[in-house]
Design a protein around this ligand. Structure first.
Ligand code: NAD
Length: 297
């Protein structure tokens, strides 16, 4: 059993914290939203009144925050989590943020004698609730070895991606594949509709042919072939288009800095940007097929 501070109890952090409590860990939690805080306290956590109090609670601090600016504000500066955490504490940021911020905050932690890993997740709210997330971890081998058993209580896979920031790099590369492939699969189904090819027939063939991919076989954007996919429930998320847009924009920011050519990633970001600007960001990201269907070639 570990003493764990946990900051950020939203859609993901709330169920993740509950799974740590269920695994027998002693949590001290903080969130700016009182309802989120009270829900975790009702599940058995101690209540911190500041991020620093949560950070000082034990040997480990976990954060699950919206974006890089929140991670900077929680960790850095006087009274921040790095300063408040005990010397030798392990800091684990599970938020999805830009690679540069992850590396800067990791460096600041190291300079203060605190180990830190970036450990963004794949698996969404359903994975957070079922403790079946995949963690992509960036940091030293020693820090990874300490983080792994804690993260394993919230997930089904914990993978070391390399040094600081590499967890975030893995996350945005993976989600760039996902965003592009969902658009590709959606375009294929819309073309099939116009050519008089049945959805199920295209699925049966492409899922056994070279078009096979996760967006097709696990998350099919038309109702029918994959009963559990959001297409069967009006594209209720799941993983929202707004979240996909955030991750695609992070990939494009990283590609720009690294001078990597990612034209399909850029196009996917533009397509999800259009969907979001039309007020559809709260739809599951597979709902992009509806916008593609509405367009005329
Ligand atoms: P969320 O907005 O539901 O939760 C974030 C929480 O952080 C909120 O409760 C908010 O009040 C809290 N917060 C913000 N600033 C704070 C501060 N300074 N101190 C304390 N608490 C603060 O977001 P979420 O859906 O839980 O996502 C969290 C992270 O996980 C994001 O980086 C997101 O990209 C990533 N992610 C989300 C999903 C998903 O399906 N929701 C999937 C994979 C990864």
């Amino acid at each position: 059993m570990a003493k764990i501070g946990f900051i950020g109890l939203g859609h993901m952090g709330g169920p993740m914290a509950r799974n740590l409590i269920g695994a027998g860990h002693a949590l001290m939690v903080f969130d700016l939203v009182p309802a989120a805080l009270e829900a975790a306290v009702a599940a058995g956590a101690g209540k911190a009144s500041t991020p620093a109090e949560a950070a000082a609670h034990g040997d480990i601090l976990i954060t699950m925050l919206p974006a890089g600016s929140h991670v900077r504000s929680v960790y850095l500066g006087r009274g921040g989590a790095i300063e408040a955490a005990a010397p030798g504490a392990l800091l684990i940021d599970c938020s999805t943020i830009d690679v540069q911020t992850a590396r800067e905050v990791g460096d600041a932690a190291a300079a203060a004698g605190r180990a830190m890993v970036d450990a963004p997740v794949s698996g969404g709210v359903a994975g957070a609730e079922a403790a079946s997330l995949t963690f992509m971890v960036g940091g030293s081998a020693e820090a990874f070895a300490r983080a792994e058993p804690i993260l394993a209580a919230m997930g089904k896979a914990v993978i070391h991606a390399g040094g600081s920031g590499n967890g975030q790099a893995a996350k945005i590369c993976n989600n760039m594949i996902l965003g592009i492939s969902m658009i590709a699969v959606s375009e294929a189904f819309v073309l099939a509709e116009k050519l008089g090819l049945d959805h199920q027939k295209l699925f049966d063939i492409a899922s056994k042919a070279s078009g096979q991919c996760w967006s097709l076989t696990s998350y099919c954007p038309v109702p029918g072939p994959v009963p559990g996919s959001p297409a069967n429930r009006g594209y209720k998320p799941g993983f929202t288009a707004a979240m996909m847009l955030k991750d695609l924009r992070l990939s494009q920011e990283a590609a720009g800095k690294a001078r990597a050519a990612t034209p399909l990633g850029a196009e996917a970001a533009a397509i999800y940007g259009e969907f979001d600007a039309a007020g559809r960001g709260g739809t599951d990201f597979s709902g992009i097929i509806e916008m593609i269907r509405e367009k005329r070639g």
